[in-house]
Design a binder for this molecule. Structure first.
Ligand code: NAI
Ligand code: MG
Length: 358
């Protein structure tokens, strides 16, 4: 069989997004060169807060048509100190994820070799989770409005949307993710005691879809109780499915429990593969460290591995993660992991390790 070639759209965005995506590109290019089993072609897009300040919008009209031509999108982060966060998030990230039907947001979390959890009760193997986040509706459906602006009685609504189609497809994806993992366990996170319409519906769909997966052991947990379980009994958890908002919060907690937000990857998947999927580190643009050269590139490397896995290059993905963990274990780590290395030093070390392993 001939060498596979993939076209990757790079959207570095803002702040450290630019620094880590360029580190990711270096490592991916090096990996492709060393392995000789696939090719990557990159095209970079300047869509960002700087672009917004120049053009008054984050994306041009034909942005979706442009990115649809790619096999995958590698995204950095969006957010600038002088642009309100809801403008940047809706203008760029959600403006891509939602129309591209990337309805499953997948966030693996585990403790890498050479790093530690802040939990004293948690050894490396005790925390190995995949969080599946509903990524197309729920609390972030965009339903709502503001009336009586600037009056004393001004009012705003933010309505959560739970559809049969949206809930069913994410539950089916979560159950099959759980089924593909050795422990075959799924926890459905809910808040149906308080939110007696949308969340009761969510639970109902979970119970219905569960019947299609008799070999998956599943349980249901209120989101508040889930936070304590993640801290106190991390090894009791395997795969988690939660709504857009709940999973957003739980996955930041998960990243911190695994050591740092600077290592955590995420995939925005269209499981039907009609549209390209988008891969990004969980973290934001981190104004506080932008330009210092200390951003941890590991989240982007792990994200890149997830992208390769999705594209069908599982062996390359494994090798990349092996290289990354050899480097963290060797103590070449950025300051967020307690190390002293710079972004470029970690990047170069991972490239060297790839050479050794390839
Ligand atoms: P953040 O993730 O940018 O930073 C939170 C803290 O973690 C900071 O102290 C930062 O220095 C540290 N940190 C983050 N990534 C790191 C890395 N790779 N290496 C080392 N340290 C790292 O979140 P914050 O400060 O709440 O948001 C900053 C901006 O980013 C905002 O405009 C926000 O809206 C945006 N944002 C964008 C996201 C996206 O594009 N998906 C996700 C989260 C935030
Ligand atoms: Mg978040």
């Amino acid at each position: 069989p001939g060498r596979q070639s993939y076209n990757i759209a790079l959207i570095p965005g803002d702040g450290i997004g630019i620094e880590v995506i360029h580190a990711g590109q270096v490592v991916l290019q090096h990996l492709a060169r060393c392995l000789d089993t696939f090719d990557l072609k990159f095209e970079e897009f300047e869509w960002s807060s700087a672009y917004y300040k120049k053009h008054g919008r984050y994306l041009p009209d034909d942005a979706l048509d442009q990115v649809r031509k790619f096999n995958a999108i590698l995204f950095g982060a969006v957010g600038a100190p002088d642009v309100p966060d809801h403008i940047s998030l809706w203008g760029l990230r959600l403006a891509l994820c939602q129309p591209l039907q990337q309805y499953a947001n997948v966030r693996p979390t585990r403790i890498l070799r050479g790093t530690t959890s802040p939990l004293s009760n948690c050894a490396r193997g005790d925390l190995d989770w995949v969080i599946v986040r509903e990524n197309s509706e729920g609390e972030y459906a965009g339903h709502g409005g503001t009336s009586h602006i600037n009056q004393e009685w001004s009012v705003a609504t933010e309505v959560s949307i739970f559809t049969q189609h949206g809930c069913e497809r994410i539950m089916r994806f979560a159950f099959s993710t759980a089924q593909s993992r050795p422990r075959k366990k799924l926890t459905v996170v809910t808040k149906s005691n308080a939110q007696r319409n949308g969340m009761v519906f969510w639970d109902h769909v979970a119970a219905k879809v569960a019947k299609e997966f008799p070999d998956v052991e599943w349980d249901k947990m209120l989101v508040d109780a889930m936070t304590t379980r993640m801290v106190l009994k991390p090894s009791s958890i395997d795969t988690i499915v939660a709504t857009n908002l709940h999973a957003d919060i739980l996955s930041d907690l998960a990243a911190a429990l695994a050591g740092s937000i600077g290592i955590a990857p995420t995939s925005n998947l269209d499981p039907t593969r009609k549209n390209p999927s988008m891969f990004e580190p969980i973290h934001g643009s981190a104004f506080d460290i932008t330009g210092l050269g200390v951003a941890n590139p590991v989240a982007t490397f792990w994200t890149s591995a997830e992208m390769l896995r999705w594209l069908g290059q599982a062996e390359a993905a494994e090798l990349l993660m092996l290289a990354v963990e050899n480097v963290t274990e060797g103590g070449i780590k950025t300051q967020d992991l307690g190390g002293k290395s710079k972004t470029v030093e970690v990047t170069e070390a991972v490239c060297k390790e790839i050479e050794k392993l390839a």
